[in-house]
Design a binder for this molecule. Structure first.
Ligand SMILES: [Zn+2]
Length: 141
């Protein structure tokens, strides 16, 4: 049994062993649990990912006015297509989620934070390529 949180509605889905995670849909909202597009999640959904997910969660903290964030966006998405469903990719808009960004201690963006087992295990700042994102991420879990 693997617990996978839906990025769209925040529901925790219980996936039986042997079932293909990559092709599953959320039992509540019906959307794909993984579709290669990192969802811009709310603070509530991000906290559910961190607390309930059985797979590591990689968050890209960004903002619309940030040039390097725009450069990194497609790279992050390309990395997601390759690393899902072993790793959950989500984005957090720091402008729309200032309280959580402050609590996470975000000083500059883009910043990537990896969570595993309910806690932060690593973070890195600055725009990165798809290759470097994957290399860095895979070294953390
Ligand atoms: Zn859902």
């Amino acid at each position: 049994m693997t617990h996978i949180v839906c990025s769209y509605c925040g529901t925790t889905n219980r996936i039986p062993d042997g079932r293909d995670l990559a092709s599953g849909n959320c039992g509540k909202c019906g959307r794909p649990l993984f579709d290669g597009h990192p969802v811009d999640v709310s603070a509530v959904v991000l906290e559910k990912h961190i607390a309930k997910s059985d797979i590591p969660v990689l968050v890209d903290v960004w903002a619309p006015w940030c040039g390097p964030c725009k450069v990194m966006g497609p790279q992050f998405e390309a990395a997601a297509k390759e690393a899902e469903p072993g790793l959950r990719f989500v984005k957090l808009n720091s402008d729309e989620n200032q309280a959580l960004s402050t609590r996470l201690g975000i000083r500059g963006i883009p910043t990537m934070i990896m969570f595993n087992g309910g806690k932060e295990v690593a973070r890195v700042s600055g725009a990165m390529s798809r290759t470097d994102i994957l290399k860095w991420a895979r070294a953390q879990y």
